[in-house]
Design a protein around this ligand. Structure first.
Ligand SMILES: *[C@@H]1O[C@H](CO)[C@@H](O)[C@H](O)[C@H]1NC(C)=O
Ligand SMILES: *[C@@H]1O[C@H](CO)[C@@H](O)[C@H](O)[C@H]1NC(C)=O
Ligand SMILES: *[C@@H]1O[C@H](CO)[C@@H](O)[C@H](O)[C@H]1NC(C)=O
Length: 275
């Protein structure tokens, strides 16, 4: 038991302290074994490692550009009823991966199905929406569940939906005349003046560079404190999106100088909405 505790802590601290080549699966496997063999003795350490986070990122993605971020567009689809910013996830910061140690089943969140399909759809053909939710729960939600009021799959997804309703950037952008377009680009500073009243100053806009060198806006990360208030004084920024093998150029903060493209959704050619 002691040995597995030490292994776990070593893995976690490696994962936390070095961005190079962490092996996220090592601690997941270690935890799964603990779970399987009833490793209650590790509870304190596990809580410490998984519950010590201070900040959350609530991450929204734009379906019009999501497929542009993939190097193999055949994997991608945008359901025809999706025409708004959708949820990518609610992520505690500086926790690499939680664990598969708290199983989730479709029946746990059945009552939210309709809303989740509308606001949190999978945009990958090979992944059902439930598979997407399950992955988000295991990777992030289990750690969020350390906090009272968020301590079940149902509550985690309910709160995420509530956040999505509250942070309705689609509406705010639309009302300010920032509409998806192929032939008009925006300036980061203009987007900021529209979003800052709702999101504060420390949110992040993320872009990918497409094959024509355009900076394409695909994601927004909103910092929250543990009590879900906007902003997080402890925030130290988030590492760029890491999706090995999937991403054309890594997601990065939209460069302030370059024209920013907010592509419309093209359901037929979601990977190439603008030629
Ligand atoms: C793209 O993904 C599809 C599966 O959706 C696969 O069959 C194909 O081999 C992949 N192509 C490349 C170039 O990786
Ligand atoms: C720009 O694109 C929009 C659709 O995104 C289109 O309605 C409009 O006519 C285009 N304007 C020009 C000048 O091409
Ligand atoms: C929430 O947490 C933040 C940061 O820890 C703190 O500044 C703020 O006062 C808290 N808000 C409430 C309503 O407790």
């Amino acid at each position: 038991m002691l040995r597995s505790t030490l292994t776990l802590l070593a893995c976690l601290s490696t994962a936390v302290h070095s961005a190079q080549q962490p092996d996220p699966w090592k601690d997941v496997h270690s935890l799964q074994n603990d779970y399987k063999y009833g490793g209650q003795g590790d509870e304190a350490h596990r809580s410490k490692a998984f519950c010590s986070w201070k900040c959350l990122k609530f991450t929204l993605q734009w379906p019009g550009a999501f497929c542009v971020t993939l190097n193999n567009w055949t994997r991608c689809r945008v359901p025809e009823d999706i025409n708004t910013w959708t949820i990518h996830g609610l992520w505690p910061q500086r926790v690499q991966n939680c664990c598969g140690c708290w199983p989730i089943f479709p029946s746990d969140i059945k009552e939210l199905d309709e809303e989740l399909l509308a606001w949190w759809p999978s945009l990958l053909k090979a992944k059902s929406s439930f598979q997407f939710w399950k992955k988000e729960w295991e990777k992030h939600g289990v750690c969020v569940a350390c906090v009272e009021g968020m301590n079940s799959p149902l509550r985690y997804f309910q709160i995420s939906l509530t956040l999505r309703r509250y942070f309705d950037i689609h509406k705010v952008l639309d009302e300010a005349g920032v509409k998806p377009s192929c032939n008009q680009s925006y300036k980061v500073v203009d987007i900021h003046s529209v979003l800052a009243p709702l999101l504060g100053d420390s949110y992040e806009t993320e872009c990918v560079t497409d094959d024509q060198g355009r900076e394409v806006w695909f994601q927004v990360k909103i910092p929250l404190s543990r009590n879900l208030s906007l902003g997080c004084p402890h925030d130290r920024g988030s590492p760029a999106e890491r999706r090995p093998g999937l991403i054309v150029s890594p997601g990065h903060r939209c460069p302030p100088e370059a024209p920013l493209y907010y592509f419309p959704i093209d359901y037929q050619q979601p990977h190439q909405p603008c030629g």
